[in-house]
Design a protein around this ligand. Structure first.
Ligand code: ZN
Ligand code: ZN
Length: 229
């Protein structure tokens, strides 16, 4: 992995932070109030506790990727410079395959975490936030954070090693989708159609039907296993 790769990775993380902060602000802002999917009735968790959890999960995720790049980097990413031209069709195939495999495995991980034992000790932390916003996309038990990222890396390793640009795209899409599905907003323009679809689907999982919509990117896994709503 080259310096250019890490600069691109850092830019994605900064972009993620900006998107997260914007949507966390927007959902509270009066001018966006009419676009909220649900209006929070009360805060169950203090701002300090949220900030500590989210901050620690961010540090944990960065440490996890530092560990994975150090010991398993060759299994995930082809050792080539970011500027090496990679055919677009190969990038598209690698990104789609890695995300589909990840989402398929994540479906079962997420569904398994709804077992009462895991719900009580692990996944319940995330669901304790009844009205999540983008910032709470990483309000998680650390075990769930590591399990999700481990699954993403496992999917990439099974498909890969993939090109650096494919890895950056998978990393970008995975993170941005996770932030957007927790936005609690439906925006009134056709350009946001996919964004709105994701947000509505995951809101159902946090609100009306905890045992529906386990997959986070592709709806067909839930349709296939009868848990779509
Ligand atoms: Zn859940
Ligand atoms: Zn969620």
């Amino acid at each position: 992995m080259t310096t250019g790769f890490f600069i691109a990775l850092a830019c994605i993380l900064v972009f993620d932070g900006v998107v997260m902060a914007f949507f966390a602000w927007a959902v509270q802002a009066p001018r966006f109030a009419r676009y909220r999917i649900r209006t929070p009735d009360r805060q169950r968790i203090s701002t300090v506790r949220k900030a500590v959890n989210i901050g620690l999960n961010g540090v944990l995720a960065l440490s996890f990727f530092a560990f994975v790049f150090t010991y398993f980097g060759g299994s995930l990413i082809v050792d080539q410079h970011l500027s090496v031209a990679v055919p677009g069709v190969l990038v598209f195939g690698e990104v789609l395959a890695a995300l589909m495999l990840y989402d398929f495995m994540y479906y079962f991980l997420h569904r398994g975490m709804h077992h009462p034992m895991f719900m009580k000790h692990v996944h319940g932390v995330h669901h304790y936030v009844r009205f999540p916003t983008s910032a709470e996309s990483i309000f998680l038990h650390p075990v769930e954070n590591l399990a999700g990222l481990g699954l993403l890396c496992l999917a990439i390793a099974i498909v890969g090693p993939i090109s650096p640009v494919s890895f950056l795209l998978v990393f970008f899409i995975h993170h941005v989708v996770n932030i957007l599905v927790h936005s609690n907003l439906v925006l009134p323009h056709p350009v946001f159609k996919l964004f709105n679809f994701w947000a509505l689907k995951h809101d159902i999982h946090h609100g009306k039907h905890l045992n529906r919509n386990y997959a986070s990117i592709f709806p067909f896994w839930d349709q296939m296993f009868g848990t779509d709503a």
